[in-house]
Design a protein around this ligand. Structure first.
Ligand code: DP6
Length: 360
């Protein structure tokens, strides 16, 4: 599919009023997206597990405006409250996508969104939020063009979500999702995420992600700014090449059920992401002392017990602990006994691989 395939060719009737609703999960990258080109094109391919319980739930009420094609118009409530600080991001999103959803300027939208996870938790919510928005808008497109197929809806939802936040395009499908063109991954694209199309050993079917909430404060640097700092970064080119190689390695690991290889790749990716941040100009650091304390303890525990758990990090201080479901009781006991002391207010969230977006 090319960008042009997402511009509807057929005309549409303007509807009077109605509601659309979608729920979309967050995702956790195993191979990280860090660095992008104009138009939300990733500098390297990435792959993530779609999560299940950390979700955004969004309802969009649409009402026909008196004047046709009269610009983007919306109101936004987050958990029942106006959030003017989110409005510029939404405005930019609508401006970017209106070419692909030409009916948008005929409606006034009332958007109401909430998250299943505490918003002060420091968990990135832009992926689930933008995926839920995109899925709602594709439901609205379906009401204008009832003939569109589920496959097209999934692809275009991901395409639109990407224009809101890059990683959001990996929150439409479930399981393992790839975003970014890679020669060894059939159907992969810079424009949208696709379910990982090759063999996946059953060891990876039921992965758990326990998110240790280390720090909930405001981040010093947003992801968007962090991506920008990869422009002209002295290690950028090597990093992008490394991520491409890691995709090949991950493909083999997933096919062979190689848990040891998985642990090594996932942890190397997390630390490389943070190494890029620490060597940007200006440099910055999102890990906290407790992030490091947890990582060291995970390494010791893995050595002592041979349990194949590993950690990953997104753009923040929280630690995602990843492991197959058969180790759940054991790992949760370890977390309760030894890791919660490093969490803010001893808080953590138990999540697992999920099935993706839900429309209702
Ligand atoms: C570290 O998707 O939040 O989580 O495209 O600017 O919205 P924008 O960035 P965003 O970046 C996420 C970066 C990451 C790694 C990843 O999820 O792959």
């Amino acid at each position: 599919m090319t960008e042009k395939d997402f511009i509807p060719a057929v005309s549409f009737n303007i509807l009077e009023a109605g509601n659309v609703h979608a729920e979309a999960p967050s995702n956790i990258a195993l191979i990280k997206y860090w660095g992008k080109y104009p138009g939300q094109i990733p500098a390297n391919p990435s792959i993530s597990f779609t999560l299940n319980d950390c979700r955004s739930s969004t309802t969009i009420a649409y009402n026909k405006k008196d004047k046709e094609n009269s610009g983007i118009s919306f109101e936004f409530l987050f958990e029942g409250q106006a959030k003017p600080e989110f409005e510029p991001k939404l405005q930019t999103f609508f401006e970017r996508i209106k070419k692909y959803l030409p009916f948008l300027e005929n409606y006034h939208f009332k958007i109401a969104s909430s998250n299943s996870f505490p918003h002060s938790s420091g968990i990135a919510s832009s992926a689930s939020a933008m995926a839920a928005m995109a899925a709602c808008l594709m439901e609205l497109e379906k009401r204008h063009h009832p003939g569109i197929t589920p496959e097209y809806i999934a692809m275009k939802s991901s395409f639109l979500a990407r224009l809101g936040s890059g990683s959001a395009c990996r929150s439409i499908a479930g399981g393992l999702v790839v975003w970014g063109l890679h020669e060894a991954i059939n159907g992969s694209s810079d424009l949208y995420g696709v379910p990982f199309p090759a063999a996946i050993d059953e060891a990876f079917q039921d992965y758990q992600d326990t998110i240790l909430l280390v720090h909930s404060g405001q981040k010093q640097i947003s992801s968007t700014l962090g991506h920008k700092l990869m422009d002209g970064h002295p290690f950028a080119q090597n990093r992008f090449e490394q991520a491409n190689r890691h995709m090949n390695e991950m493909k083999a690991v997933l096919a062979n059920g190689d848990l040891e290889g998985f642990v090594k790749l996932v942890e190397l990716e997390a630390l490389t992401l943070h190494a890029m941040m620490m060597s940007s100009s200006p440099y910055f650091m999102l890990m906290k002392p407790n992030t490091l304390a947890i990582i060291e303890r995970i390494w010791e525990y893995r050595k002592e017990t041979q349990v194949p758990l590993c950690f990953t990090l997104d753009a923040g201080a929280n630690v995602h602990v990843l492991y197959p479901a058969i180790y759940k009781d054991k790992v949760l006991q370890f977390i309760k006994n030894e890791l919660v002391v490093y969490c803010e207010n001893e808080k953590y969230i138990c999540d697992q691989v999920g099935t993706g977006v839900k429309i209702s």
